[in-house]
Each structure stands twice: as structure tokens, then as C-alpha cells.
Ligand binder design. Sequence first.
Ligand code: NAD
Length: 284
Amino acid sequence: MKKKTRIAIIGYGNVGENVYKFINHELKNKAEVVAVVDINPGNLNKLKGKKNIKLCDMETAVKECDLVLESATGDCAYDLLKLALKYRRDILILSVGGLIRDFDLLDKIIASGLNVYVPSGAICGLDGIGALSEGDLSKIVITTSKPPKGLMGAEYLKTKKICLDNLTAPVTVFHGNVFDAIKFFPKNINVAATLLLATYVSSCNNVLTSHKKDLLEKKVNVRIDADPSIKRNVHKIEIFAKEAKVKIEVENVPSKGNPKTSTLTILSVQYLLRRMFACFKVGT
Ligand SMILES: NC(=O)c1ccc[n+]([C@@H]2O[C@H](COP(=O)([O-])OP(=O)(O)OC[C@H]3O[C@@H](n4cnc5c(N)ncnc54)[C@H](O)[C@@H]3O)[C@@H](O)[C@H]2O)c1
């Protein structure tokens, strides 16, 4: 019998716990969770008594496993890239903003033959974006509308003195490139980084150029609106390519464990894991 894939989970919150249960039920013949990391001891208490799971620090967890699944923060995702390279581990990243901080590091990981998995998260249509990137895709525009509550706590709002209390009409809080969007809203706009990376797959085998960041900066344009009339996060995505023009709209139901994260995000991780271990694949 083939050996089970050993998985470490970094961040045992809403996504981490759901994915742990999914692996245990649906993938139990092919994979097992061997290590879990979380800075919140209360979350880890749920796993006390499970003899086969190490509750440990991130470096120990990485050493223990074949695949590391990050579901914590962008900072964690970034630190994990360095550890994955050091110990040669495959990674699956949820806090996708952390992946686009340092393209030289990402390129080193890709060049070293390690697998980097990025779930579609809160959006759909990455197969088409990837396919169009093989052709002539010039630009992606994403407009994300959130209930004001979904944006509160973002440092950028304080810096810019933007107050979202008592809004009566939608207001645009940010408009700019994907790197600034991730810098200013690290917890709210991972999907923009995912869009960028979907276009990056087709170019990552090419010789790297110093113009790369400039080109990437122009690729994904982001607008974030606070809209008091909505209860769900809405992502409207327009893709401009020579071969097709595509429009995607996703209206997300918040997940029970964390209203800032959509249920679709959790399902997208499950689907990606299922595909990784399946012989039957539809789409990309
Ligand atoms: N890719 C996407 O489309 C998408 C969509 C939604 C959420 N996300 C991202 O997925 C991640 C997980 O979402 P969630 O709903 O589970 O959030 P959550 O807040 O419920 O869980 C995050 C967990 O990570 C833990 N954590 C924080 N810092 C840590 C550290 N340094 N080391 C170890 N653990 C740490 C927290 O204690 C918490 O238990 C978030 O970063 C979120 O921004 C991505």
C-alpha cells in the first residue's frame, strides 16, 4: 500500500479545523494530519489527546510532514515559504497575499521543483484566467464590495481617516494595484493575489526580467467598496484578453466560523485536496 501523505496545518482556526475534519473523513486512506500549529492555545485544546498529532512550532511541523497547509496569516505564509525551501516541502497557501511579497523567493521555490498549491478561495473562474494567460491577457479588474463590518479593523482605514460607521451609501475605500491592495488590506483581499498568480503560472518558466514587477503591477487592478446595503461579500471580476472578454460575479455566503471568510473558500480547499489525491480531474 502507498504511504499516506503527511500533512501539517498552520493555523487551526475556521479553515484549519474544517480542513482537518475533511482530511480525516474524506481522505483518510491517502493522507493524515501529523502536526498542527496555532498561536491560540484555546484552538489547540480541541486536539488534545490525539496521540498521532504533534502540537508544535512551525519549523518542527514543517520537518514532520510532506505537505504544509497554511491557513493563518499572510506573515505566516511568507515565513513558511522560507521554511518550505529549506526543508523541501510542498505547500498549500490560503493567505495568498503572503505569496506575492517576494517573487524572487517564489521563483526559487518553483525552480526547485516543489509544488505550490493555491486554492481558488472566494472566487471562481481561475481555469479560464489561466488558459487566457497562455494567450494575450492584458488586464484583470476586480471590484470587491463588502459590508462595512467586513472591512473594519484594517489599518489603512485608520491611516486615511476613513470612517465606515453609519454609512448610508456605498463608498470606495481603495483603488489601486494588487500589491498595494494586499499591503493595506492583508486580511480582506487575498483573491486579488490569487488572480495575479493565476496569470503567473504561464510565465513562471520564463527567464526572469527586472521589469517583471512593473508588468505584474499593471496586471490586476483592484477596487474595494464598503456597501451598507449588502450582507455578503461580492466579487466582480473582468478579464481583458485578445482571445476573450470574461465577466465573473461571485456573491459569497459567510462561513459559520469566521464571517470574514466565505463558505466557498473552505470548499475550495477541500476540492483542491480532493483533486490532488484523485485520478479523475475535470477542468485545469
Ligand atoms: N484565499 C482566499 O480567497 C481566502 C479567503 C478567505 C480567507 N483567506 C485567508 O485564510 C486564512 C484563514 O482564514 P480563517 O477564516 O481560518 O481565519 P481564522 O482567524 O478563523 O483562523 C486563523 C488561525 O490562525 C491562527 N494564527 C494566527 N497567527 C498565527 C501564527 N503566527 N502562527 C500560527 N497560527 C496563527 C489564529 O490563532 C487562528 O486560529 C486567513 O489568512 C484569511 O485571510 C483566504
